[in-house]
Design a protein around this ligand. Structure first.
Ligand SMILES: [Zn+2]
Length: 290
């Protein structure tokens, strides 16, 4: 995938290093990792200060600061630049599509974190559930170790595959803006579990189709796709489980690995978006065959 030198989005929060990896504990609203606690305990042992004093120093600032305004600017490594560039592509593409339909696109923010992090209304984000979108605070959450895990465990990867994952999450944001996820959420409350799962599948497949629409338009504008890219992304679509769907009513991140459609369905809808570049082609809710 070719992306170097293109615009990088500023809609990014880099929380890595704010709380450390491993399990975290919310203290005073901030997130503190196990590592920090160990340091704090060692610190109090060696320096003779109470652990809570050191913890408050290490977790730093008010809860609002921890969540809303990261203490440090985003890192500037290649991986971060890549994520910011892909997010920038989604902003350009969706702004253009919304404008063409007489609407205005308001982009999501993307949170980079490690281990665990708090969300604004979707419970604790944990890297174990993979990347996810929280409709309540309109943020995409990604722990980049997920991409490494994808590579190691499923042997799928490459930058275009990672871009597809990000575009899928942004696809959920688009569904949120269009009111689709809201409708599905309220409908779900009157449905049996099986019907509710079926609705979730359609929502997930539509996000895949939106990711394809994104890829089509971005490639038209920026020629990002290189040989083998699409094959790797399709490989990933059929190999990996998806993000956990956010259950706002329950206020927690629920992994639901059974509600993302079959591999063949995911490949089909991503391809459909990629080939047509048309949002209208992504109406999974009225499709007779998924
Ligand atoms: Zn999803």
């Amino acid at each position: 995938m070719r992306w170097e030198g293109d615009r990088q989005s500023d809609n990014i929060e880099d929380r890595r290093g704010d709380g450390g990896g491993g399990g975290g504990f919310g203290i005073g609203g901030g997130t503190v990792g196990i590592g920090t606690i160990v340091v704090a305990l060692l610190g109090s042992w060696f320096f003779g200060v109470s652990p809570s004093t050191i913890l408050s120093l290490l977790s730093g600032g008010s809860p609002a600061q921890v969540q809303q305004a990261p203490a440090h600017p985003p890192a500037n490594d290649r991986e971060t630049q890549f994520v910011r560039t892909v997010l920038g592509y989604t902003e350009d593409t969706w702004s253009q599509i919304f404008r063409a339909n007489g609407a205005t696109y308001s982009p999501p923010r993307l949170v980079l974190y490690s281990g665990r992090t708090s969300t604004g209304g979707c419970g604790m984000g944990q890297s174990a559930v993979g990347p996810f979108y929280c409709p309540a605070d309109r943020k995409v959450y990604i722990d980049l170790t997920f991409f490494r895990m994808m590579q190691q465990r499923f042997h799928v990867g490459g930058e275009f595959t990672q871009a597809y994952v990000i575009a899928h999450e942004v696809g959920h944001h688009v569904q949120n803006l269009l009111g689709i996820s809201g409708k599905v959420d309220s409908a779900r409350q009157h449905l049996s579990e099986r019907e509710a799962n079926a609705a979730s599948v359609r929502l997930e497949l539509q996000a895949d189709c939106f990711a394809g629409v994104w890829a089509y338009h971005t490639n038209q504008a920026k020629q990002i796709i290189e040989q083998g890219d699409v094959e790797s992304a399709l490989n990933a679509a059929s190999a990996i489980g998806d993000d956990a769907l956010q259950r706002q009513s329950r206020g927690e991140v629920v992994p639901d690995s059974f509600t993302h459609g079959t591999s063949a369905q995911r490949v089909r809808w991503f391809t459909r978006g990629l080939q047509t570049g048309s949002v209208e082609q992504c109406n999974t809710f009225e499709a007779r065959q998924l």
